[in-house]
Design a protein around this ligand. Structure first.
Ligand SMILES: Nc1ncnc2c1ncn2[C@@H]1O[C@H](COP(=O)(O)OP(=O)(O)OP(=O)(O)O)[C@@H](O)[C@H]1O
Ligand SMILES: [Mg+2]
Length: 349
């Protein structure tokens, strides 16, 4: 039986929508058997952090039940203000010593009590030729991991893998586009409250950052400037992005939002590429997330950093079963990359 294998269901828990991907990967192809989008229940999130797991567990369990998904092994994403990612450079050492050394190194850089922290890391393989390696250390509060385990338990599921949402995004990218050697790629995934920025140089993740800005802030800006409720502003924002006729006033609010997000993305680009030698240039930005289609956003980013921006097509080499086409392929392409990246992980990875 397939779910007796190492397959995992990818669950991307956003502040606005929960996205669930049931992906079947074989040597020949990838098949998206199910893709579920569930509105995140009220009161689950406090800012970008989960505060109440019970309603979340009920919603996820109901979604899986409706779609008759039997596989109980899931892969969950870590994101939010309390996850810290630091890049360090450390001497090459034996794999066995690495865990211990990383903990020691992390103590120097992570401003938390280490007994409360769970660490994972990603070693940049392209530094193979030198005698030191770049390592991305991910530090998450143990309480956050316990909370995700609690969530899985309440929903009758088992956590097979936990991954940083940004790593899942990069994983989905490599699976769709391959390892792009010699190129500098920036992934920008714009959700409701958070924007993930990932830089991949020479096929390796070299930089990740979560910016605390997302489409919800564009909605708030519209609401504030036009005296509208959040719901009214949200409807208008989406109508504008679809090219429908809307009051002219809305565009200045959206432009303000686009400008501030583009500025933050430019800062990330400058921070990373300003500190590198010229061996890799930034060639291309790929954008995704529910807010990727916000009117004017791609043009604003591309103008700010003078690099072309394209929509990240995670579905290029994935066959999508017709029953998942309740939402448009365009929308599916925007919102699915993190859930798909999580589903690409295997149990015990
Ligand atoms: N067509 C559209 N044009 C512009 N914005 C859109 C469109 N469709 C959805 N959005 C916005 O996308 C956001 C939801 O996207 P997504 O599902 O990626 O967020 P999330 O994962 O729940 O949030 P986060 O991860 O930031 O907590 C909302 O802010 C919504 O307004
Ligand atoms: Mg999200």
């Amino acid at each position: 039986m397939l779910f007796g294998s190492r397959r995992l269901i990818g669950i991307d828990i956003g502040s606005r929508f929960i996205k669930i991907a049931d992906l079947e990967v074989s040597k020949k192809n990838k098949k998206l058997n199910h893709f579920i989008v569930i509105p995140t229940p009220e009161g689950v999130f406090s800012g970008s952090d989960i505060q109440n797991v019970e309603p979340l567990a009920i919603a996820i369990r109901a979604g899986l039940h409706t779609e008759k998904i039997k596989n109980k092994n899931v892969s969950l994403g870590l994101q939010g203000a309390s996850v810290i990612v630091k890049k360090i450079n450390m001497p090459k050492i034996d794999k066995k010593m690495l865990d211990q050394q990383i903990r020691w190194e992390a103590e120097q850089y992570i401003p938390y009590d280490m007994s409360q922290i769970s660490l994972s890391y990603h070693v940049n393989e392209s530094s193979a030729l030198s005698d030191s390696s770049d390592v991305l250390i991910v530090a998450a509060q143990k309480t956050m991991i316990e909370q995700l385990n609690q969530l899985a338990h309440s929903a009758g599921l088992k956590v097979g893998a936990l991954d940083l949402s940004s790593f899942a995004l990069a994983n989905a990218f490599e699976s769709a586009y391959g390892k792009l050697l010699g190129q500098g790629i920036m992934l920008v995934h714009v959700g409701a409250l958070v924007t993930h920025v990932v830089i991949i140089a020479n096929g390796e993740i070299v930089y990740v950052r979560d910016i605390g800005i997302g489409g919800h802030h564009a909605t708030s800006e519209i609401g504030k400037n036009m005296g509208l409720s959040t719901q009214e502003a949200e409807v208008l924002k989406i109508a504008a992005s679809r090219g429908d006729e809307v009051p002219e006033d809305i565009f200045s609010s959206i432009d303000l939002f686009n400008t501030s997000l583009a500025e933050e993305i430019k800062n990330s680009r400058d921070y990373f590429f300003g500190s590198q030698d010229d061996s890799v240039q930034l060639n291309q930005v790929y954008i995704s997330g529910g807010s990727a289609k916000l009117i004017g956003l791609t043009d604003k980013i591309s103008a700010a950093i003078e690099v072309p921006v394209a929509f990240f097509n995670v579905l290029g080499n994935v066959s999508v079963l017709p029953k998942n086409q309740l939402i448009s392929m365009d929308e599916l392409m925007s919102i699915s990359p993190i859930a798909i990246g999580l589903a690409l992980r295997e149990r015990g990875d």
